[in-house]
Design a protein around this ligand. Structure first.
Ligand code: PLP
Length: 287
């Protein structure tokens, strides 16, 4: 039966993947995901009923689990729950699916897992007209993943309170989004997106060993660019390069590619042609 409401499946080693009422409570107040934000998640875009970059998202889910010393998630069960949630959801052009695994109820050592599908917001204006971004200091060096792996930079953890605080700071500065810069002056990522710069006919993104999330959307954008005959590059990018870049984007699942039309209050031109073809490539992905 299709539903216009979010569709929820609980995922556990004991019961497999079981559909549940999204309006009913399912997670204990003693769950470490709730009390400490100790867990991991993925958000996957679904276009015309197809989950995009499903396997890269599942691989990254498992990678985050390893970084947090969590039990290995049963990717077969999560895949089954994702596909079942999409199948059971109302047929909308754009949905998203969220997968969550927490460390579970304190003392049990048994993770809590769930997957839900829900309608995506309308990002048409952001995709076509762009967004205003500000740079914010993340307060960590670009080599933090090597020097202090316990800070879990680059893992997709449930502890996103800092990411949301950065977005509120952007709002206070009259902007929509953020580009984090390392304390030693290198471009990192957004609170929920990767950064791509165009320099001539080359697309450049920060190297993923700098405590940032390796993006599934960024990887797709690079596939698109290579097919278009453009060069692509992973680099350590000084913050000043943001000013000299020909165009800038934030790219992520669900919102896809959004051009930046203002950075730190300074107006920037957006590359309408490349943005349009990038967005249609991203929306047309069927796996
Ligand atoms: N960086 C961070 C911190 C994110 O939270 C996200 C996505 O939510 C991304 C980058 C982009 O990753 P993806 O394109 O796989 O959604």
């Amino acid at each position: 039966m299709n539903s216009p409401h979010p569709v929820l499946f609980l995922v556990s080693a004991d019961s497999g993947c079981v559909r549940a009422d999204p309006d009913a409570p399912h997670v204990s107040v003693m769950d470490l995901g709730v009390t400490r934000g100790d867990g991991i998640f993925e958000t996957i875009s679904v276009c015309d009923g197809r989950a995009q970059a499903l396997e890269p998202h599942l691989d990254r889910f498992a990678r985050s689990a390893r970084l947090l010393d969590l039990p290995e998630p049963d990717l077969g069960l999560y895949r089954q729950a994702i596909l079942a949630a999409i199948e059971a959801h109302d047929d909308l052009a754009e949905l998203y699916v969220k997968t969550v695994m927490t460390r579970g109820i304190e003392g049990t050592g048994v993770p809590t897992g769930w997957v839900y599908a829900a309608a995506a917001a309308d990002f048409t204006t952001a995709r076509t007209e762009g967004i205003r971004a500000v740079t914010l200091d993340r307060g960590l060096r670009h080599d933090v993943a090597q020097t202090s792996p316990w800070l879990l930079q680059g893992a997709k953890t449930l502890s996103y309170a800092v990411n949301r605080a950065a977005l509120r700071e952007a709002e206070r500065r009259d902007a929509d989004d953020v580009i984090f810069v390392s304390s030693d002056g290198f471009v990192l990522e957004g609170p929920t997106a990767n950064v791509i710069l165009r320099k001539g006919s080359t697309l450049v993104t920060p190297r993923t060993d700098q405590g940032i999330l390796p993006g599934t959307t960024q990887a797709s954008v690079f596939e698109f660019a290579q097919a278009e005959g453009m060069n692509t590059e992973y680099a350590v990018i000084p913050a000043a390069d943001l000013l000299s870049a020909d165009a800038l984007w934030l790219v992520s699942s669900v919102r896809q590619a959004v051009p930046i039309n203002r950075l730190d209050g300074v107006k920037r031109s957006i590359d309408v042609e490349l943005s349009t073809s990038m967005t249609s490539y991203l929306l047309d992905r069927r796996d």
